[in-house]
Design a protein around this ligand. Structure first.
Ligand code: OTU
Length: 628
C-alpha cells in the first residue's frame, strides 16, 4: 500500500451497513477482505474519479449490505472457491452456452435437461440474457429494462435462484450476462432522463446538437452499420442526441459518472446473491469514451473492471468475471490483466483470435498466417484462462490485422474479403453456408452468421463437413482454456431455416445460428459420440490446465496447426490437420518439442512412432501427443 492510499473505513463506520446480528465470524471475514482489497479498489478508482476515496467508501457499504444478505450456501461456496481458485482452469472444466428459451422453454424447463449437460461433463452454463428486456426487439435480451427482474416468459427471480441451486448441486456454475455498456430506452434510468431529471440525464451521454457527436463520429467505427448506422440517436423527449453504440434503443451509460458504477456494483452483487457464479461483462470494451479514438479498449475500461472485480472479491469471492471483448489481437490480452491490472481484472476472456483463425485456417487450408498471428499474442496471467470457442451466439468478424496478414505475405483486406466470400458460400468451391451480417460498404467489412455445422460444410453435404466440426471442437478443447460449447454444436445443428419468422428477429441474421434444441437430442451426423470421446480424453490430461500457456508454433508442415503445451509433467503436442489431405509433420518439429521415439496419442490411445518419417496427420485429423 502506498502512503497516499487513505485507510479503509473502520468497521464502526460500516456499522450501519453490516447488521448488528451478523455473526462474529462473518464480521471478521468481511473486515479481513476489506483490509485486503481496499488498496486495489482505491487504485482502480483514482484515475477515474476525483472523489475516488468517497466513492470507494460508498461501494464498500454496498458490499457490506450484499455480503450480509448472502445465503449460507453461497458463503460456503466463497470459502470453497478461495481454497480452490483454479476451479475454472482445470481440464475437467467445460462450458456450455444457450438461450434459456431455446434450450428449455423456461428456467424450470432448463432444469429438466441437466442430464444432457451432465452427460457432456458441463461444469459451467452460460444462459443468455434473461433479465427483463424491453418489449419487441431487445437484441436477444441485450437491451435490459430491469436488472432485478427475470424475463416474464422465462420465470421469476425465485426460479432463477432455484435453477442456480440445482446447477450447483450438480457442480455446474451459472454464468449470467451483466450488460453494462447500455440499458434499454425503457429502463427506469432512461425514462427518468427522458422525463427531464438531471440526475438521470447524467447517467447517459446526451448532447444538445450534432456538434460533439460529429466530432466523435470522425473516429468511431459502426458496430451495426447496416441496421443501426451511426452511434448517436436523436430522442424527442430528451430533446438531444444520446449515445447509442449498438441499436437506437440501447442507450450507452456514462461510466465517467460514479453514480453509474455504484448502480452497477449493486446490480452485480445482487445477481451474485441469486446464485450467479460467473459474470459475462457484455461489450466491456465500449464502456469508456474518449474523443479522437474509436472509444474502445480505453485504459479506464480496465480500471472499471478492476473496481467491480475488487467489490466481488469483498462481497462474493466465489464469483469470477468473463470479459466479452471481441476486439483486435493487440487489445485482447489486457482484458486478462496486463501491467498494474495483472491478476486484478477478468479471470476469463473470449479468445476471439483463436476462433477467427480457426475459420481462417479451414477456409485457406493453411495454418501459417494464423500460427504467426496467434504466436504473437502474449501470455495471459497464470491465474486466468481464455474462453476457447468455435461458435457463439454472435457473428464472426474477421479480426485479422493487416500486419498479421503481411507476415504471411497476404494483403489484410483481401484475406478478410476472401473469408467473407468463402463463408457466405459465394467463393467458388466453398462448402460453407453462412449469411452476411452487417456488411459495411465503406470499410469492406462483411461479418458472417451461421452455425458451426453449416459453416463447416455439413449443410452443403461436403464429405469432410463432420470432420471439420470435430476438428473445431478439438482445437477449442485442446488449447488449454475454458472451452465453451454453443448450444446445438454438440450435435452439429444446422442453420435454422425459419430464423426470420419472428418479426423481432427478421432484421438480425444472427438468429440463423440460434436454433431451438430438440428433445430428445437428435444427433443426425454422429457428432456426439466422437465429441464425448474428446471430452473424456481432455479430462484425463493434466497438461491442459489453463495455468500452462499454449504455444502456437510456426508449423513446418503448413497444413497442420501445431500447439505445444510445456507442462511440468512433460510436453503435450496438439496436431490439427486443416486440410482435406493427409499431411506429415516432420520429425524435427516433434523432436524440438521434446517428443522422440514413441509418443502416446491420447485421441486414439495408440503409440505413434516419431521417427524420420515424421508423424502422419489424417485429413482434418487430431493428435494429442505426450511422452506416455
Ligand atoms: C455483444 O456483442 C453481444 O454479444 C451481442 O449479442 C449484442 O448485440 C451486443 O453486445 C450489444 O449488447 O458487437 O456484434 O467488442 O463485439 O460486445 C456483436 C465486443 C457486438 C463487441 C460485442 C458485441
Amino acid at each position: 500500500m502506498t502512503s497516499s492510499v487513505p485507510p479503509p473505513p473502520s468497521t464502526d463506520s460500516l456499522a450501519g451497513a453490516l447488521p448488528d446480528d451478523l455473526p462474529a465470524h462473518r464480521r471478521e471475514v468481511f473486515e479481513a477482505r476489506v483490509q485486503r482489497w481496499w488498496p486495489d479498489l482505491v487504485e482502480a478508482l483514482t484515475p477515474l474519479y476525483p472523489e475516488a476515496p468517497d466513492v470507494a467508501v460508498r461501494l464498500v457499504e454496498t458490499c457490506a449490505r450484499r455480503f450480509a444478505e448472502r445465503e449460507d450456501e453461497l458463503h460456503h461456496l466463497d470459502l470453497e472457491r478461495s481454497l480452490a481458485p483454479d476451479w475454472f482452469q482445470r481440464p475437467d472444466a467445460l462450458g456450455y452456452a444457450a438461450y434459456a428459451e431455446r434450450f428449455g422453454g423456461t428456467l424450470r424447463g432448463v432444469a429438466d435437461h441437466l442430464d444432457h449437460l451432465g452427460s457432456l461433463g458441463v461444469t459451467y452454463l452460460h444462459l443468455m440474457p434473461l433479465l427483463d428486456p424491453r418489449p419487441g426487439d431487445s437484441d436477444g435480451g441485450y437491451a435490459v429494462r430491469d436488472y432485478r427482474r427475470v424475463r416474464e416468459d422465462l420465470g421469476t427471480m425465485a426460479d432463477l435462484r432455484e435453477l442456480a441451486r440445482a446447477l450447483r448441486a450438480r457442480g455446474i456454475s451459472l454464468c449470467l450476462d451483466v450488460v453494462l455498456n447500455h440499458v434499454a430506452r425503457e429502463h427506469a434510468w432512461a425514462e427518468r432522463a427522458r422525463a427531464g431529471e438531471q440526475r438521470y440525464r447524467d447517467y447517459f451521454h446526451v448532447f444538445p446538437d450534432r456538434t460533439e457527436p460529429d466530432r466523435y463520429e470522425q473516429t468511431l467505427p459502426e458496430v451495426f452499420p447496416d441496421s443501426a448506422p451511426g452511434s448517436f440517436t436523436f430522442d424527442v423527449e430528451l430533446d438531444g442526441w444520446v449515445w447509442t453504440t449498438f441499436n437506437h434503443f440501447q442507450w450507452d451509460v456514462r461510466w465517467a459518472n460514479p453514480a453509474v458504477l455504484e448502480e452497477y456494483a449493486d446490480v452485480l452483487l445482487h445477481l451474485a446473491n441469486q446464485g450467479a457464479e460467473v459474470f459475462r461483462l457484455d461489450a466491456i470494451a465500449f464502456t469508456w469514451k474518449r474523443l479522437g479514438t474509436n472509444c474502445q479498449n480505453q485504459p479506464e475500461v480496465h480500471c472499471l473492471t478492476q473496481a467491480l472485480r475488487t467489490l466481488a472479491r469483498i462481497a462474493c469471492p466465489a464469483v469470477v468475471f468473463k470479459a466479452e471483448a471481441i476486439v483486435g489481437p493487440d487489445d485482447l490480452l489486457a482484458y486478462l490483466g496486463e501491467g498494474r491490472h495483472h491478476g486484478k481484472v477478468s479471470d476469463l476472456a473470449y479468445h476471439n483470435a483463436l476462433m477467427v483463425h480457426l475459420w481462417s485456417m479451414l477456409a485457406s487450408r493453411d495454418a501459417w498466417l494464423s500460427s504467426a498471428a496467434l504466436g504473437r499474442l502474449g501470455t495471459p496471467p497464470s491465474s486466468t484462462a481464455w474462453v476457447t470457442y468455435a461458435r457463439c451466439h454472435d457473428d464472426v468478424g474477421w479480426a485479422i490485422s493487416d500486419e498479421d496478414a503481411a507476415t504471411a505475405g497476404v494483403e489484410g483486406s483481401s484475406h478478410r474479403r476472401f473469408l467473407s466470400d468463402f463463408y457466405d458460400g459465394s467463393f467458388p468451391g466453398s462448402w460453407a453456408r453462412g449469411l452476411v451480417f452487417q456488411a459495411n460498404p465503406a470499410t469492406g467489412d462483411k461479418r458472417i452468421s451461421g452455425s458451426l455445422a453449416s459453416l463447416a460444410g455439413v449443410e452443403a453435404g461436403d464429405p469432410h463437413g463432420v470432420d471439420r466440426v470435430l476438428l473445431a471442437h478439438a482445437v477449442t478443447l485442446g488449447f488449454g482454456g475454458l472451452p465453451v460449447i454453443w448450444m446445438g454444436d454438440e450435435v452439429g445443428l444446422l442453420n435454422d431455416p425459419d430464423w426470420a419468422d419472428d418479426p423481432t428477429h427478421a432484421g438480425d441474421e444472427r438468429w440463423v445460428h440460434r436454433p431451438r434444441m430438440t428433445w430428445p437430442v437428435r444427433d443426425e451426423h454422429g457428432v456426439l459420440p466422437r465429441l464425448r470421446h474428446l471430452l473424456e480424453v481432455r479430462r484425463s490430461l493434466p497438461h491442459l490446465h489453463a495455468s500452462t500457456p499454449a504455444e502456437v508454433l510456426l508449423p513446418e508442415e503448413t497444413g497442420v496447426f501445431t500447439v505445444l503445451r510445456r507442462h511440468p509433467l512433460g510436453p503435450m503436442l496438439g496436431l490439427y490437420g486443416v486440410t482435406p489431405e493427409e499431411r506429415v509433420v516432420p520429425w524435427s518439429t516433434v523432436h524440438a518439442c521434446g517428443l522422440d521415439g514413441e509418443a502416446l496419442d491420447h485421441v486414439t490411445g495408440q503409440r505413434v512412432r516419431c521417427d524420420e518419417r515424421g508423424v502422419v496427420v489424417a485429413p482434418y485429423g487430431v493428435l494429442w501427443l505426450t511422452r506416455q
